[in-house]
Design a protein around this ligand. Structure first.
Ligand code: COA
Length: 328
């Protein structure tokens, strides 16, 4: 049998993805996620990431689909990501076939897996959702603008926060976490899930849900995140981070900036957004597509906070991140 072959079903053969499959994978990935696909940037990292499997499906040798899974949460969970089917094969159940294969392949490889987690940015309706437990929904605010506009945007947000402080509100102080030990202390506090109202009990880092437990710290460390805490430093009421911006095809080429917010205090949320933007500013180039993920109760106030005349503008209407679980 050829190297990399792992099985077949329903007219498809399944293979472990290799670095040299990159161009084929890109060719089935046109226009995905409204130009915000992360896979062109992540594909090569995925090739040698620990506990990750990337599976390709081929029909008569031609690439038709991809699905990936990473094992996290002390080996109990596979988080599936990257699902895509080539445009000419969509609507015929191929996604179901590759997902079923990937589930059983992962389970065989890692018998400790008990559940599968996935996040998605569309709501497929109650019938499809009934196959899953819906663990959480988060609101997403999407803005875009040219890098030069971000200086004015940051100044405008700062001015808004200061005038709020005059009126008794406050963005609070948001400290950057400098060491792994600081992050460990905060994330491993037993009450963090309830204090920050973590969605489904997880930190969802750029669409990847991870329980705040020791074994996941290594995964988070690999992502090079910039973390901030707001409220009392020993028991923060707010935690936020940004994922290093990466290139996407949005609007002819842009940097995608994801900012994740955890906590429910509106003032702290505004302060956290500002702290992230001030720190990330030096990394921005060209057009920026910025997505801010948050507890649903924060959306309207964050949206109003971000309404300025600076050229950084809402680019999409409100959308949601659904966090789903299924037994395996
Ligand atoms: C979304 C996509 C993968 C669906 O592929 P498809 O083969 O056309 O899917 P079908 O409509 O034939 O549905 C087949 C199965 O996949 C499931 N499915 C469809 N979209 C899905 C999604 N976004 N996430 C998980 N499962 C999905 C369906 O529920 C169905 O499951 P079932 O067979 O267990 O009932 C395909 O349209 C695509 O590649 N879109 C662009 C990339 C994308 O948006 N990916 C979504 C990742 S969250």
């Amino acid at each position: 049998m050829e190297p990399g072959y792992v099985g077949e079903n329903d007219g498809l053969t399944f293979w472990l993805a290799r670095p040299e499959d990159y161009d084929d994978v890109m060719s089935i990935s046109q226009d995905i996620y409204r130009g915000n696909d992360y896979l062109p940037h992540r594909y090569h990292e995925w090739m040698d990431e620990p506990d990750r499997v990337v599976i390709l499906a081929r029909r008569a040798g031609k690439l038709v689909a991809l699905e990936s899974g990473i094992v996290v949460d002390d080996g109990q969970t596979v988080v599936v990501e990257g699902l895509r089917v080539c445009p000419s094969e969509r609507g015929h159940g191929v996604a179901g076939v590759i997902q079923a294969f990937a589930d059983s392949y992962m389970k065989k490889l890692y018998p400790s897996i008990k559940v599968k987690h996935l996040t998605r940015g569309d709501d497929p309706g109650p019938e499809k959702l009934s196959k899953f437990r819906l663990l959480a929904r988060r609101a997403i605010l999407s803005l875009s603008g040219e890098t030069e506009s971000f200086d004015g945007f940051i100044s405008a947000l700062k001015a808004k926060l200061m005038s709020n402080e005059g009126a008794g509100g406050s963005g609070g102080t948001h400290l950057a976490l400098e060491t792994e030990q600081q992050l460990r202390t905060i994330l491993l506090e037993p009450d963090i899930v309830s204090r920050l109202q973590l969605p489904g009990g997880a930190i969802i880092q750029d669409w990847q849900p991870l329980q705040p437990i020791e074994s996941n710290l290594a995964v988070l460390r690999r992502r090079n995140l910039a973390w901030f805490v707001g409220g009392p430093p020993e028991k923060p009421a707010f935690v936020s981070f940004y994922t290093p911006p990466y290139p996407v095809t949005f609007n002819g080429g842009a940097l995608r900036l994801n900012i994740d917010l955890y906590g429910t205090d509106q003032g702290l949320a505004c302060g956290a957004l500002l702290a992230n933007l001030e720190k990330v500013r030096a990394e921005l180039r060209g057009t920026v597509a910025m997505h801010v993920y948050m507890h649903g109760s924060l959306y309207e106030s964050l949206r109003t906070f971000c309404q300025t005349e600076t050229g950084v503008q809402e680019c999409w209407e409100k959308w949601e991140q659904l966090f789903l679980e299924r037994d395996l």
